[in-house]
Write a protein that binds this ligand. Structure first.
Ligand code: SAH
Length: 233
């Protein structure tokens, strides 16, 4: 997918972006391919695929959602997907990118500096150890971070009451949703719904699952990572 096609798909979906957005996106793609030669950032490297599978996929989060002035946290952000793109797309939002791998932030810092993205903050550390952020964020996002019920256990405690949790998934989203049924109850979440999209060129299905936090999360969550993995809710 080239830039022109991305612009036309996004405008067809009613997604409006700042004026300087697409030139900055181009630089982002260049930095990604440059840095990928030095460190393993993403398996997707050719620019056409980056535009579709990274950029379009992440920007679809903006469809029918108003993220203006929201405080957003992206867990396991990796090379900045979707968090860094949301920061670039919604200058009034404040985005915290979380990742346990320190070296990824060398790349993210370079992107932030080069593209001048003031509304992004970095948190190097484990998602399940963010005690200081309890009940803090309006919106939690993740893509490729963990199975749904695992993501929900670490996301719910740091989400504000009535805040949203959005998991970006593939075609098997519904299976994960069934598996997460108990977790959703225990964590006092409401399932809001699924937004499906087929990426136009590769024809892969993408599903965004959205949840709302309805009440305080029990203090026993999140458990240590080992327990979360060995005995998922
Ligand atoms: N969201 C990106 C990266 C997905 S890879 C994308 O869609 O391209 C998953 C990322 O989650 C990795 O960068 C890994 O370092 C991070 N990660 C995995 N478990 C984590 C944890 N418990 N806390 C914080 N980061 C974690």
């Amino acid at each position: 997918m080239d830039e022109a096609k991305l612009i036309s798909v996004l405008s067809g979906e009613g997604i409006n972006l700042p004026e300087d957005f697409f030139p900055k996106l181009k630089v982002y793609a260049e930095l990604l391919s440059e840095w990928n030669e030095k460190m393993n950032l993403t398996a997707i490297t050719d620019p056409e695929t980056v535009y579709e599978k990274h950029f379009l996929d992440c920007l679809l989060l903006l469809k029918n959602r108003d993220l203006n002035n929201k405080e957003i946290c992206d867990l396991g952000s990796g090379a900045g997907f979707p968090g860094m793109l949301l920061a670039l797309a919604v200058p009034s939002a404040k985005i915290t990118l979380v990742d346990a791998t320190k070296k990824k932030f060398l790349f993210l810092e370079e992107v932030q500096k080069t593209l001048q993205i003031p509304n992004v903050e970095f948190h190097i550390g484990r998602a399940e150890e963010m005690k200081e952020f309890r009940d803090h964020f309006d919106i939690l996002t993740c893509r490729g971070f963990a199975a749904l019920r695992i993501f929900l256990e670490v996301a719910a405690p740091i989400t504000k009451r009535k805040g949203l949790i959005i998991a970006m998934k593939g075609a098997k989203a519904e299976e994960e949703l069934l598996e997460a049924e108990k977790a959703i109850k225990k964590l006092r979440l409401d399932y809001v719904g699924a937004d499906r999209f087929v990426l136009p060129e590769c024809q892969q299905t993408r599903v965004e699952l959205t949840f709302r936090k309805t009440g305080p999360t029990d203090r026993k969550y999140p458990r240590p990572w080992k327990d979360i993995l060995e005995r998922p809710l």
